[in-house]
Ligand binder design. Structure first.
Ligand SMILES: Nc1ncnc2c1ncn2[C@@H]1O[C@H](COP(=O)(O)OP(=O)(O)OP(=O)(O)O)[C@@H](O)[C@H]1O
Length: 719
């Protein structure tokens, strides 16, 4: 065995690996040609005649096309690992499995069981691996090698070991706008969570930067690989906290060759909405509480504002009249507790007919049969207009807007919410009409949808995707049919709810009402839940939150994993974040930050008038220092104001609020006015999140001292 860091040896070893990588790419080109031939042949198959034969043929075209698409994907680092085993065997690990013409494996897919040792082997437990080699490349060219010698005793004399740490090399790369996959450097504890059993609930916890999001996404890719028909067929839903975050993680699954998962933020889970507005934390806590369900239930049963308070009809010369009390009674009877307003609308109308009939029988002689009486009334426009105004079809948004009226809000919330809570909600629904819902409102809209049901619609016939025109099954072009087959495979109803797997990221911030909303979409699913309780901004009832979450997850078996290494922050940056969270959670186990940059974070104090200029200077300094992204993190209410301070700077400077920063990562962060973020315990946790976003550089600027900084520690913030 030779231990040389000598450049010559490195070049020799690179040449060895280049030879194998060349073989893989040559084989890939061959497979591409084969797949595209199969696709064309499938298309030319003379299967005309029955619909079934067409479906079969199109399925074949679709599968060939999918295979070709996978082969065509421009893979950066298609082969990234090699395992030399103590049996003398060696395996290459890569982004997809490829075999040679004799079915011998050239590359093992990273998700295959044979690749697990690549991530799990350690010197203490080598799992039969003597040397683990990481192969770095740029397109088809091998550029570097990093080895781990795991079992020196079993290493043959001529085995060469080069490099010293692929993980650290990968961590020092600049951050791009989108999150990167970590397929080449997944660590053992992460791999265990990724390959957790497909059923039940996989729960992954860990501090900032421990790879929870990365694990959740690689797990989704793993599930798609290990049981494609179940998970691509039923669908995987990934839920994240904000649109900014979903944009940030959107590239990971496609870079792993997986395109079928549905990504949604909490504000866009319900069709028709894409909310980004946030309520103040205390308001969000009330809106997120399970008690809101009863508040909404009362609203959904209440009389419509502006609805007619009496019904007067002249019938055959006599006046029929239902007054307000009578109408109220009819509505209550037709809408007992638990009934869904949109679904029992017909019952309401029947009861109006009944009440009018009873009156008519007492006052009018020579009445026709009841049926004819009803038909006559139903024909009258004035009567129909009354019914429409008295019991219209409701949209959830229409009912939610009623809560903007103080008197209605008080009536619905009476006895359920405290005076202070009602006062908090007062005014919080005012912006609905003009600005749409807040993120917390979306869960309320979903609840209302559930409480009121949907008006019955004529059943839509399911569409035959191969059908082109009436009576004609077979006029489309090759690409039309491919598109149809693909649409058949992945297109889902906008309000699809039967997901096979649901991934919830930043789960600590999902409110009880939001758990109900997500739960409706995962009734038949297995789950992956990742989060960090210490990062929660939830300031409501913790026990209630726990209950709601347990209810959404049901009795499924739980598999729990804890991640312990922070791969994001330099140790210098994480030390500042840790100091802050320790002020309220002194015993919290924290992850270990493995990378040191030798650069200490900077804290700057400025007067209010100078703060804009000091902030801009700090950002410009970071622009000169780092190549990747720079996050300017602001207190929630001051985002737009502070964004103007750094307007005109390059695109890699992004301004986000402390709440939007959840889950995000930047090379450098300028955090403005930390003292305004940490105003209470939930604010301190949000500050902890904001301080743990940077990989290389952190500057805090503010007018006041703040908790966590030496001058401010323990004095600035009452928590
Ligand atoms: N095994 C790994 N190899 C390389 N990079 C990794 C690895 N694990 C995590 N990372 C990187 O560390 C950073 C943090 O990962 P991620 O965002 O998944 O952490 P997190 O636990 O979700 O963080 P937070 O809770 O703070 O939002 C990312 O840049 C990710 O790519």
């Amino acid at each position: 065995m030779t231990d040389l860091s000598d450049a010559h040896v490195l070049q020799q070893e690179i040449a060895v690996e280049q030879e194998h990588v060349d073989r893989v790419y040559a084989r890939l080109a061959e497979l591409r040609r084969e797949a595209s031939r199969a696709e064309k042949e499938g298309y030319q198959l003379a299967g005309v005649g029955t619909f079934g034969a067409l479906v079969e043929r199109d399925a074949m075209v679709f599968h060939a096309a999918r295979r070709r698409h996978a082969l065509d994907t421009e893979y950066e680092g298609l082969v990234f690992g090699r395992l030399d085993l103590n049996t003398g065997a060696r395996h290459y690990v890569g982004r997809m499995g490829i075999r040679d013409e004799d079915s011998q494996s050239l590359v093992v897919d990273w998700r295959a069981p044979a690749a697990a040792a690549f991530y799990r082997a350690t010197p203490a437990d080598p799992l039969g691996v003597v040397r683990r080699r990481m192969i770095q490349s740029s397109r088809e060219r091998v550029t570097g090698i990093e080895d781990d010698l795991l079992d020196p005793e079993a290493a043959p004399a001529d085995m060469r070991i080069v490099g010293d740490g692929a993980l650290l090399a990968s961590l020092s790369k600049a951050t791009g706008r989108g999150m990167r996959d970590i397929v080449a450097t997944i660590q053992r504890e992460q791999d265990e969570a990724i390959r957790s059993p497909a059923g039940g609930v996989t729960i992954v916890t860990g501090g900032p930067g421990t790879g929870k999001t990365a694990v959740a996404l690689h797990r989704a890719a793993y599930l798609l690989y290990s049981d494609r028909s179940r998970f691509a067929g039923g669908g995987i839903l990934v839920v994240g906290p904000s649109g900014v975050f979903v944009g940030y993680i959107a590239t990971v699954l496609p870079s792993l060759g997986e395109e079928t998962a549905t990504l949604r933020s909490l504000g866009s889970l319900v069709p028709g909405y894409d909310a980004a507005r946030v309520d103040p934390t205390a308001v969000a806590a009330v809106k997120g509480s399970l008690r809101m369900r009863r508040v909404l239930e009362r609203a959904s049963h209440d009389a419509v504002p502006g609805a007619p308070t009496e019904l007067r009809l002249l019938y055959r010369g006599s006046l029929l009249r239902l007054d307000a009390a009578e109408l109220d009674r009819v509505r209550r009877k037709a809408l007992p507790r638990g009934a869904r307003r949109n679904e029992v609308r017909g019952h309401g109308f029947d009861r109006i007919f009944d009440a009018l009939w009873a009156q008519a029988r007492q006052t009018i002689r020579n009445l026709p049969e009841k049926q004819e009486f009803e038909a006559e009334l139903a024909d009258r426009t004035d009567f129909r207009d009354f019914l429409k105004a008295w019991w219209p079809r409701f949209t959830p948004m229409r009912v939610l807007r009623w809560l903007a009226e103080p008197a209605r809000l008080r009536a619905y919330a009476n006895g359920l919410l405290s005076k202070e809570e009602i006062a908090l909600l007062q005014g919080s629904f005012d912006g609905l009409a003009e600005h749409g819902p807040t993120i917390a409102d979306v869960a309320l809209l979903d609840e209302l949808d559930e409480l009121m049901g949907r008006p019955r619609r004529a059943q839509q016939k399911s569409k035959n995707p191969f059908h082109v025109r009436d009576g004609v099954q077979e006029v489309s072009t090759f690409s039309d049919r491919q598109a149809a087959a693909r649409a058949q495979a992945v297109q889902r109803d906008e309000d699809y709810r039967d997901y096979a797997h649901v991934v919830v990221d930043e789960a600590q911030d999902v409110s009880p009402m939001q758990w109900r909303m997500i739960g409706r979409r995962g009734a038949y699913a297995s789950w992956t839940i990742v989060g960090d309780p210490a990062q929660t901004a939830w300031s409501g009832d913790a026990a209630e939150l726990e209950r709601a979450r347990e209810r959404a997850l049901g009795s499924r078996k739980r598999n729990t994993y804890a991640l312990t290494t922070n791969y994001r922050n330099s140790s210098e940056i994480f030390a500042v974040a840790a100091g802050v969270i320790r002020t309220i959670m002194p015993d919290l186990p924290l992850p270990r930050a493995v990378r040191s940059t030798g650069v200490e974070p900077v804290d700057q104090r400025a007067g209010a008038a100078d703060l804009p200029a000091v902030t801009k200077d700090a950002v410009e300094k970071h622009l000169a220092d780092v190549d990747g992204t720079i996050g300017v993190i602001t207190p929630v209410p001051r985002r737009d104001e502070m964004a103007a301070w750094v307007a005109g700077l390059p695109e890699r400077v992004q301004v986000v609020t402390a709440l939007e920063a959840k889950g995000m990562e930047y090379d450098a962060v300028v955090l403005v006015e930390p003292a305004e973020i940490a105003t209470d315990a939930s604010g301190v946790r949000t500050l902890y999140v904001a301080l743990s976003r940077a990989t290389q550089r952190l500057t805090t600027v503010g007018t006041k001292p703040w908790n966590g900084h030496p001058q401010g520690r323990g004095t600035a913030t009452a928590v």
